[in-house]
Design a protein. Structure first.
Length: 223
């Protein structure tokens, strides 16, 4: 008797790691507006600290979105029909988020020089607008795009997103700080999954260097 073989559909990949990344972006975009709004006029030392933190946030968000632009949208568009509208909407949202981030970056540069009231208030307004565009995108991506990616991408394609982020991040201290942003609100299972995806050197670097560095940064940024 000849055995029959029924074609099987590959198991959906686990995209929850992106939800954990988004959690950090939501938190930091909110805190930036709140912390900058509380800076006293003329406090350039405090403005410098928060300008540096904005630069870290911008690096993380830019790296995250550039990876999606290069490695997520093209394969998905090649495999969808009616669902192409979802991917195209994500691309359009990326453009709005990038535009609002650029406006906030210009506002940070103007404010950090003298920590003036008018510049501070204009920057806070730009950050609030940026966060609104970001939250719309993240919510939409989690509700509609991630299920699509889980169904249509291979595990190898999904892994390339994380690899791209690591390779494109300018230096290892920055990478460790961004890892801290992601880990801060992760639960035990999420942290275990994140660490399982890191090489041994990365896990050691976090425990010996990254964790204390991140704690110092948080104390400095959040007071």
């Amino acid at each position: 008797m000849t055995a029959s073989h029924t074609p099987t559909t590959p198991a959906a990949i686990d995209t929850h790691g992106m939800v954990v990344v988004h959690r950090g972006l939501r938190r930091e975009s909110r805190l930036l507006a709140e912390l900058i709004a509380a800076v006293e006029p003329g406090d350039t030392a405090r403005a410098k600290v928060l300008a540096e933190h904005f630069a870290l946030y911008r690096t993380g968000l830019d790296g995250h979105h550039h990876g999606e632009d290069e490695l997520l949208w093209p394969p998905l568009l090649s495999r969808v029909d009616l669902e192409a509208e979802i991917v195209l909407r994500m691309e359009a949202q990326h453009e709005r988020v990038a535009g609002s981030l650029a406006a906030a970056e210009a506002g940070v540069a103007a404010w950090a020089k003298a920590a003036g009231v008018a510049e501070r208030d204009a920057l806070v307004a730009a950050l609030v607008e940026h966060r609104a565009a970001l939250i719309e995108h993240l919510d939409d991506e989690e509700a509609e795009l991630l299920p699509l990616a889980a169904r249509l991408l291979t595990a190898e394609e999904w892994q390339k997103l994380g690899d791209h982020f690591v390779e494109s991040t300018p230096d290892k201290p920055t990478l460790l700080m961004l890892l801290g942003v992601v880990l801060e609100e992760a639960d035990a299972d999420e942290r275990a999954t994140i660490f399982a995806g890191l090489p041994l050197q990365g896990r050691i670097a976090w425990r010996l260097l990254g964790r204390p560095m991140y704690a110092r940064m948080i104390r400095r940024v959040r007071g």
